[in-house]
Write a new protein. Structure first.
Length: 168
């Protein structure tokens, strides 16, 4: 049973809507509004032949979303149609965030991480053969440490900023 509200005289006209306008405002079908009515959503005026339903959009939103934000709703607690609408909306929100560059797909993160690991592995495993001749010619431990440190820093720089030129 739906809940009727007080007089529409106290509500700004911009907040009043018929069933089609309420459906458009919430981005749902008119059938969804009818379903909401059967679940007890508030209305100002009940529809009848020749007489439109009248809703207060603010009261309808408060009823629809309760005291919590819509994004905090648990879709698994929603009726099937509302759950479908929620998941469709969430899908669109995620697509938009990706388009804006606020998110990147997990697959892309995995690809980049794997590329970094391959680079590190290859560069680190090549260090002994690359450095052996210069280390063999080194005259003291300090110069060996400096060569190793420089090679490690080069690999770290490449991982952080992309490939660097091989100058040594």
């Amino acid at each position: 049973m739906a809940l009727s509200l007080a007089s529409p005289d106290r509500i700004p006209e911009s907040r009043l809507a018929n069933r089609a306008e309420a459906a458009e405002w919430f981005g749902v079908s008119q059938q969804t509004i009818a379903n909401w009515l059967s679940r007890g959503c508030p209305y100002i005026q009940q529809g009848a032949p020749g007489k439109s339903w009248v809703f207060d959009l603010l009261a309808l939103a408060k009823w629809r979303y309760g005291s919590q934000e819509p994004n905090d709703s648990n879709p698994e607690d929603m009726p099937p149609k509302d759950r479908l609408d929620w998941y469709r909306g969430e899908t669109e929100r995620l697509k938009l965030a990706e388009q804006k560059g606020d998110m990147i797909p997990a697959g892309r993160v995995r690809e980049l991480w794997e590329a970094h690991i391959r680079t590190a592995k290859g560069r680190l495993l090549s260090m002994p053969s690359r450095l052996s001749p210069s280390i063999f010619r080194a005259k003291d431990m300090r110069s060996i440490e400096m060569k190793l440190t420089a090679a490690i820093r080069e690999v770290m720089e490449e991982l952080a900023n992309g490939p660097v030129s091989d100058a040594g």
